[in-house]
Design a protein around this ligand. Structure first.
Ligand code: 9D3
Length: 231
């Protein structure tokens, strides 16, 4: 897969993408990633990327010309152009899986100022947020998407991990897990896990997963009910 990123902060991308699974995916040619500075698509002496909103109001907006020029330069027929903004659909595992099937992603990072609406109207195939909190720009969200998508590309992770994901995507949080020692600073591993009784262990895990989901993420149980996956 090819991923291009368009950002005002290309420097933020060195480090996170040079490590771990993304580093390996790039080295093995499974991921071709390039980060582009939006200012390189300006033509004036000050490399201007923003301007005041028509109609007034606080702050500035990313102006359309540099973004249009950059996208027209970088996009091909198969490209999915994704605008990152707090007003987008919220990223989830289903969206990550869909993005992982694309040939080419072009991630356009928003900035605190917001973008001229014509970018949305005429350029973006999709608008994504990573959650309901305010960041200063779309660079970290772009890296989150790159990470979530890259680990789903064929050959990046072992089969083990992929099948494990499927069960998480089944809609519950994970059950509690323990490793040695069986007692640590007076904290004990639940007896059933040491019992060797695999039927009992499976029952315990299912119960714990459901309890944890009810306590931490009741919205996931509600979603399963709506999807008709329960009882
Ligand atoms: C001033 C009103 N703001 C709307 C809440 C405008 C605004 C705030 C922050 C516009 C852009 C930004 C910068 N954030 C992103 O570009 C962004 C983001 C985010 O802040 N949270 C979660 N996901 C994303 S994806 C891009």
């Amino acid at each position: 897969m090819k991923i291009d990123v368009l950002t005002l902060f290309p420097g933020m991308f060195s480090g996170p993408l040079d490590d771990s699974i993304i580093k390996r995916a790039r080295a093995e040619g499974l991921l071709d990633l390039a980060v582009h500075n939006l200012r390189d698509y300006t033509h004036d002496r000050h490399r201007t990327v923003d301007d005041k909103p028509f109609g007034g109001g606080p702050g500035m907006l990313l102006k359309p010309e540099p973004i249009f020029e950059a996208v027209e330069h970088l996009a091909r027929d198969q490209t999915r152009v994704i605008l990152l903004s707090p007003a987008g659909r919220t990223l989830n595992q289903a969206i990550a899986r869909e993005l992982a099937r694309q040939e080419h992603l072009l991630l356009v990072c928003g900035s605190y100022e917001g973008v001229d609406e014509r970018v949305r109207e005429a350029l973006a195939d999709d608008e994504l947020s990573i959650g309901d909190y305010v960041l200063t720009n779309g660079a970290l969200p772009a890296m989150v998407i790159i990470e979530a998508v890259t680990r789903l590309l064929p050959g990046v992770l072992g089969d083990d991990q992929s099948s494990h994901d499927e069960s998480f995507s089944g809609g519950l949080l994970e059950y509690p897990q323990y490793t040695r020692p069986a007692e640590f600073r007076g904290l004990e591993v639940p007896e059933v896990l040491l019992s060797g009784n695999h039927a009992e262990i499976a029952k315990w895990r299912a119960h714990q997963a459901k309890k944890r989901t009810r306590e931490q993420r009741p919205d996931l149980l509600e979603q399963k009910r709506r999807d008709g996956l329960m009882e």
